[in-house]
Design a protein around this ligand. Structure first.
Ligand SMILES: [Zn+2]
Length: 378
């Protein structure tokens, strides 16, 4: 089956796009794949029909250095959130150990270049949701020791020190401790990720940080008006900071008619924090299985994603735009961009729209590589 599949891919995508996918440094600043390993025990060394990412499909699409997110749902709180982060980090380690010849942990831009040159996938580790540090900078510092080099300040709900974009504001942005978190991340050499935060938190973090920030998986509010996307004003501020936004491929992020469904999804999300231990893990496992069991029909297309890239480039400039697909965290990838192996289809559209190879390489990974180098120091 796989051989037929590969041949079909080769036939569908024009040669220049496939070549560029292989040659360019492909970085994706947000994938949620590791939950499939933790919950379903899937071997990422095999090519799967479910989900959007595994090692063979990363190779097929030219995504050489994905940011593997340790995503902890907001109903894990306090010490439970720390435990979940460690569980996900352990699942990641099992992948690194099982496939040493194919995949390796990277903590700097130099690491990424070395690992990709050796024809391996470079894993850049991020934590999704500042609630995972349990309001304790010591926990943050230990995450750094575990090779984690980036963190979104919030997930979908406010935490004790930062407001989220999909919650009712309670701190007016970042609290004093939240500002301390940003300073400590700067000092350690961790990327401050402003996807998921409220607009006020975004500007508060930019006022504090001394390093470029990232917005790892958000799209354009001017094209799809959801709070998880960014405004043009935010893009200007991001460009001034020297940061990069990774365009999210999620259906509601890129297509306004799919956005309504995303909005109602946000409203129905529950955060039952009375569960602990095994019961909490079972609840989370159920959620993960539900996500991968549902195939959503979407209106979004590859062209929608290209429109968001166009808009971001127009407003922020070519040096501040990248790819942050959110694969394995979204229920409905756009038609024609069904999983990470289809990245050359997006490259083909962008080539057709007149992007030069040098500019495309920036979008596909070099911009993120620059920010990683500036923040980690190597
Ligand atoms: Zn997310």
């Amino acid at each position: 089956m796989n051989a037929i599949h590969e041949r079909l891919e080769v036939q569908e995508i024009p040669e220049p796009a496939r070549k560029l996918a292989v040659k360019a440094m492909g970085i994706d600043s947000h994938i949620d794949t590791i939950q499939r390993v933790l919950v379903m025990g899937e071997d990422l060394g095999k090519r799967w029909d479910v989900g959007h990412v595994d090692i063979p499909r990363l190779r097929a699409g030219g995504t050489h250095a994905p940011f593997f997110a340790l995503w902890v749902p907001v109903y894990f709180s306090g010490a439970e959130a720390v435990r979940r982060t460690l569980d996900l980090r352990d699942a990641m380690q099992s992948v690194l150990d099982a496939h040493k010849d194919q995949i390796e942990l990277a903590t700097t831009a130099a690491d990424i270049k070395r690992i990709v040159k050796a024809h391996k996938i470079a894993v850049f580790l991020t934590v999704e949701g500042g609630h995972t540090i349990d309001d304790d900078l010591r926990v943050l510092r230990m995450y750094y020791q575990l090779g984690i080099r980036s963190m979104t300040l919030t997930h979908s709900r406010n935490n004790n020190w930062a407001d989220a974009s999909t919650d009712i504001p309670e701190h007016n942005g970042l609290t004093d401790f939240g500002k301390e978190v940003v300073r400590e991340m700067n000092r350690l050499g961790m990327l401050v990720d402003l996807s998921h935060v409220s607009d006020k938190t975004f500007y508060d973090a930019l006022a504090v940080t001394t390093k470029p920030v990232i917005v790892s998986h958000s799209s354009m509010r001017a094209l799809s008006n959801v709070p998880r996307n960014v405004t043009d004003e935010m893009l200007w501020a991001l460009a001034k900071n020297g940061g990069v936004i990774g365009i999210n491929f999620g259906e509601g992020f890129v297509n306004p008619s799919d956005a309504e469904a995303l909005r109602s999804d946000i409203k129905t999300e529950t955060s039952d924090s009375s569960l602990t231990g095994r019961a909490l893990d079972d609840h989370a496992a159920e959620d993960v299985r539900k996500l991968f069991g549902t195939r959503v029909k979407v209106a979004a297309t590859v062209d929608d994603v290209a429109d968001h890239i166009d808009h971001a480039v127009k407003i922020a400039g070519i040096d501040h735009v990248g790819i942050g697909s959110d694969f394995d965290g979204i229920s409905g990838p756009p038609n024609g961009l069904d999983d990470v192996s289809k990245m050359p289809a997006l490259i083909a559209v962008l080539l057709k729209r007149g992007y030069g190879k040098r500019d495309l390489k920036k979008i596909l990974g070099e911009n993120f590589l620059r920010v990683i180098r500036e923040v980690t120091g190597k």
